[in-house]
Design a protein around this ligand. Structure first.
Ligand SMILES: Cc1cc2nc3c(=O)[nH]c(=O)nc-3n(C[C@H](O)[C@H](O)[C@H](O)COP(=O)(O)OP(=O)(O)OC[C@H]3O[C@@H](n4cnc5c(N)ncnc54)[C@H](O)[C@@H]3O)c2cc1C
Length: 530
């Protein structure tokens, strides 16, 4: 770069790090930027935070920052994202979207942008009504089968942990997803955090606002509209629409199926109609829970007795290894969170994790799972064919319910007892509201999962000192990590290879694994039909 260029007004992006205690201090930031750019501080006219992340690899925690810097010039004016959807013209073609999770909702908004009328059909209730149905699960162990932690407005994403980071950056414009969420009320901080998170107390309002945008532009959202049949044309090769349990028929130009991984009746319906499905790998295991201060101590290298300062978020971790050709890994880690009953039927127990925006519960929990390949489900293939993976999951969920003793109580075992093959005499405190019953999880899990889990946990205990100590608790079972079934689709058109105008979408179809990737897939599917 020429000297002359260096003296010109310009905008630059600067990466640097600051000690934790200085990281929020504007003067310290300016000093670091001017040093990095080798310019006088008074040439910095304006600075804006672009990315914020924590580097806790050393005992002295540092904050990594990326700033946009106006040198002798101002930055472009920041325009906060707002909903801006044009009203649809009368008579535009209709797209039927089954499922009001992130995939379905983002598909609907993209349809509107592209001039098609989305009609969302959702088996569950709107987010406010749905909230009241979570009470009976927690307090009485009673699952309302169409309205629970998986089903209802916003899908499995609404009362979730609300982590929004994704490794699916190649799947599409992640920033667009964040902008839509911010436009509908999510905190702007998600635009700059390296590990953005919303929390279950904020998400319901975001999904309600998104529904508002869909309806205001001329789209439709129907709750209590459980799809029970697919309407094919006479050739059986083209999708015309769907029928709901209350006898209504919805006909559209295309059908986007975004029903999530827990809609087992939908897979069954597709299989019964001889619509091509494939088995795919998935993962099962447990939720592991620790006191959050223990995870803070390990991850932030605190000395004994040191408390996490408010400026630092509850610490997270990610663990992964491979044992005999199968992955063993942490999944959906929820710092400062709660373990929740995520079953969709009354004869099963399924655990998952969630948190509030502040992430201030005294517990840290995470899925700890082992990959299950289609060949590992052989035992169920004769009876269940391509749905063998679902039968495998269900078998474990029913066993968990029996071992827990009913009313959504989960079987629990200390991690150290799991490793040593021993029933726990007592169990540590837990955030899981329905309660725990001590059980031999190591014996209930299939051997292929159990022995790998033992080795994996021991390894993780070596990586994180104290991870499998007396305070580490395991709850059974985490089975709904992803769909065991893929609904195939053409790589380019995204239509099902055998059925025209039928677009399998999102996590349930096997093309996403989380809120953001489901949203991205929803947008892609809408583009494919438009
Ligand atoms: C407790 C919990 C915590 C989670 N935490 C996170 C997290 O922190 N970060 C993250 O990225 N992911 C998280 N997830 C996973 C995430 O929620 C899902 O990956 C995501 O919601 C999948 O989106 P989807 O739209 O494909 O499906 P879903 O969100 O499952 O939505 C499918 C929708 O279809 C509806 N439906 C099903 N069958 C029918 C039918 N027959 N007729 C009409 N409607 C139907 C369902 O009611 C549901 O609303 C969590 C999940 C749970 C359960």
């Amino acid at each position: 770069m020429s000297e002359q260029h260096h003296s010109e007004p310009r905008i630059e992006f600067v990466d640097f790090s600051l000690a934790l205690e200085l990281s929020e201090d504007e003067a310290a930031r300016k000093k670091a930027v001017s040093k990095k750019l080798r310019i006088k501080p008074d040439r910095i006219q304006e600075m804006k935070l672009v990315k914020h992340s924590i580097d806790a690899r050393r005992a002295n925690i540092r904050i990594q920052l990326r700033m946009e810097v106006g040198i002798d010039c101002a930055l472009a004016e920041y325009v906060a994202p707002v909903p801006s959807y044009k009203s649809l013209n009368a008579g535009v073609e209709k797209v039927i979207i089954v499922g009001c999770g992130p995939a379905g909702m983002f598909a609907a908004l993209r349809c509107i942008e592209l001039g098609k009328k989305p009609i969302i059909l959702e088996r569950g209730k709107d987010a406010s009504a749905r909230r009241f149905d979570l009470g009976p699960i927690m307090r009485k162990g009673q699952v309302i089968e169409d309205s629970n932690y998986c089903f209802g407005e916003g899908g499995a994403g609404t009362y979730s942990d609300g982590k929004l980071y994704t490794r699916a950056t190649k799947r599409g414009p992640v920033r667009d997803v964040y902008d839509v969420l911010v436009a509908h009320g999510a905190p702007e901080q998600i635009l700059t955090d390296a590990h953005p998170h919303v929390g279950s107390n904020l998400l319901p309002n975001v999904v309600k606002a998104m529904r508002g945008s869909i309806i205001e532009a001329g789209g439709e959202v129907h709750f209590g509209a459980k799809v029970v049949d697919f309407l094919l044309d006479e050739s059986g090769k083209e999708m015309r629409g769907v029928a709901t349990a209350d006898g209504e028929e919805y006909i559209g130009e295309s059908v986007i199926l975004a029903t999530g991984h827990s809609a087992r009746d939908v897979y069954k319906l597709l299989a019964d109609k001889n619509i091509l499905l494939e088995q795919k790998p998935f993962a099962v295991g447990m939720r592991i829970e620790h006191p959050q201060p223990l995870i803070d101590k390990i991850q932030y290298s605190f000395r004994a007795g040191v408390k996490r300062p408010d400026i630092l978020p509850a610490a997270r971790y990610r663990l992964a290894t491979k044992i005999d050709d199968r992955g063993v890994h942490s999944f959906c880690m929820c710092p400062g969170g709660f373990i929740v009953p995520a079953a969709t039927e009354n004869d099963e127990v399924v655990v998952n994790g969630m948190s509030l925006a502040r992430r201030d519960s005294p517990f840290a929990n995470s899925g700890m799972v082992v990959t299950v390949e289609p060949e590992d489900t052989e035992k169920f293939k004769k009876e269940h064919g391509v749905l063998a993976g679902i039968a495998y999951q269900k078998d474990l969920e029913v066993k968990a319910s029996k071992a827990g003793g009913g009313v959504q109580k989960a079987p629990g075992q200390r991690a150290i007892d799991f490793i040593n093959g021993k029933l726990s005499d007592t169990l540590p405190n837990t955030s899981y509201f329905p309660g725990l019953t001590s059980a031999r999880l190591d014996e209930i899990l299939p051997y292929d999962v159990s022995y790998r889990m033992k080795i994996g946990l021991k390894k993780f205990g070596n990586q994180m000192n104290g991870y499998v100590g007396e305070d580490a608790n395991l709850l059974g079972f985490e089975t709904r990590t992803s769909s065991p079934v893929r609904i195939p689709r053409d790589e380019k058109t995204l239509h099902h290879p055998e059925i025209q105008n039928f677009i399998p979408c999102g996590e349930g179809a096997g093309y996403a694994g989380g809120i953001v990737s489901a949203a991205l897939d929803g947008m892609r599917c809408a583009e494919a039909v438009c």
